[in-house]
Ligand binder design. Structure first.
Ligand code: RM4
Ligand code: MN
Ligand code: MN
Length: 430
């Protein structure tokens, strides 16, 4: 049933769609030429764009109420990498995989590295997990990890992070992301200043052992699992911490980790200006840390964020090199499909941001012409760049229509046969 997601299979599917794509591409090229924009240069940009996939994203997600597993969901890190390979084959922009330890702890890192390489994949940022207890773990993280009142718990959490660095070094990773669930559920539960001081002391111990050439990312989050206060609650706290830690420490912005209506593009601009924007976790949300597919709820916000990122990229600001990652939970969709669409949406915002006429925008800003300044952004945002994205995928050997090809291939049905459902029915974030 179906066909393999290899070069031949994808090329055969593309052949049926190529003529229309070429027509659309030519038409868009003509329209952009009127604005003195070279479509070929944009397609090249799109082909160079990379966003990493989270290993935990290919499993079915869930909420604290329930999880409804998809047929054929991966049962281990090797099967997760097979799914990541399917995503890469179709969209071509996702060779990096962000690993979560201990969910994906390999018993043999060399074997995992070889397995990934065979599939054209590499390991991006490592992620530690001190927000859950693992079976057999000596001390509990119920009341925190890196900021815990008990030095022995803090040490255990530091050691777990050091293990991530060691594993990551063997896997060729170049950065480590620390997100902690530490915080309080009730006023008075935590001494806020002391908790942050303890966190920093633990982070210093991790930073000290950062392998050469690595970056350390601090990820903030307003609330959840702690519901009253979190130790690393916002970008200000994150910025203070990375400043304290040293020049290889940076802030990481997860789009779902802010209060509703916060101006995230402004946070991005600030962190860029201060030379401390390290990376991104892309997702989308309506209410809280909903982890919905990127670009599904607030596509204009995503564009405005990329407007800041591309502005910095075009100016070649020294040290500006953020790591882009998806961080989503796929509760009701096929995760492979959601991740492909999300990778495309992030790239769409990236390409659209390149369409902003920056010289004109600058003029309107200087003249305080608010109306035309907004129009300049809207002109870029309203341009349908789909032919550029599809052409970039096609030229790189990917699919013109990733979801259509994925469904036609019968991949999901095949893995549903070879990966019989396990007993993982419980609630939980993954
Ligand atoms: C957190 C945070 C982290 C992610 C976990 C699973 O909310 O976004 O980045 O590793 O969820
Ligand atoms: Mn995140
Ligand atoms: Mn999150």
């Amino acid at each position: 049933m179906g066909f393999k997601l290899d070069k031949e299979g994808i090329a055969a599917e593309n052949a049926r769609r190529l003529q229309w794509l070429e027509e659309d591409y030519e038409h868009l090229g003509g329209r952009l030429a009127r604005r003195a924009i070279d479509i070929e240069a944009l397609t090249e940009r799109a082909m160079g764009f990379r966003v990493a996939v989270p290993s935990w994203g290919v499993g079915t997600g869930g909420t604290r109420f329930a999880r409804f597993p998809n047929p054929g969901e991966p049962r281990n890190i090797f099967e997760k990498l097979d799914d990541c390979q399917a995503i890469l084959a179709l969209v071509r922009s996702t060779p990096g995989i962000s690993l979560h330890i201990p969910w994906d702890r390999p018993s043999n890192p060399a074997e995992l590295l070889a397995f990934a390489k065979e599939r054209g994949l590499h390991f991006d940022s490592m992620n530690s997990n001190t927000f859950q207890d693992q079976t057999g773990q000596k001390l509990s993280y119920k009341f925190g990890s890196l900021s815990h009142t008990d030095a022995a718990v803090r040490r255990q959490a530091v050691e777990h992070n050091l293990e991530c660095l060691e594993l990551g070094a063997k896997l060729g990773a170049r950065s480590h992301t620390v997100w902690v669930g530490d915080g309080g559920n009730f006023p008075g539960q935590l001494h806020m200043r002391k908790a942050l001081e303890r966190y920093l002391e633990s982070m210093r111990a991790i930073y000290k052992d950062l392998p050469p050439g690595w970056k350390l990312f601090v990820e903030h989050k307003l609330y959840e699992p702690a519901f009253y206060s979190t130790v690393i609650s916002d970008w200000g706290t994150s910025y203070y911490c990375v400043r304290e830690l040293g020049e290889r420490a940076f802030s990481l912005v997860d789009l779902g980790h802010h209060a509703p209506n916060v101006n995230i593009e402004m946070i991005v601009a600030r962190l860029i200006q201060f030379g401390k924007l390290g990376g991104f976790h892309f997702n989308d949300s309506k209410y809280g840390d909903d982890d919905l597919d990127s670009g599904s709820i607030k596509p204009f916000q995503l564009f405005l964020i990329f407007n800041e990122l591309v502005d910095a990229e075009l100016l070649r600001l020294p040290g500006f090199d953020p790591a882009y990652m998806l961080d989503q939970s796929h509760n009701v969709t096929d995760p492979v499909e959601s991740l492909m669409i999300s990778a495309t949406e992030v790239c769409r915002a990236y390409v659209q941001a390149h369409l902003v006429d920056r010289a004109r925008l600058h003029e309107h800003q200087e003249q305080n012409d608010a109306l035309l300044a907004l129009q300049t952004l809207k002109e870029a945002y309203h341009t349908d760049v789909e032919p550029i994205l599809a052409m970039a995928r096609h030229r790189a050997g990917g699919a013109i229509d990733p979801v259509g090809v994925f469904r036609a291939s019968g991949y999901r049905q095949r893995v549903a046969q070879s990966r019989p459902a396990g007993a993982r029915l419980g609630a939980g974030i993954v």
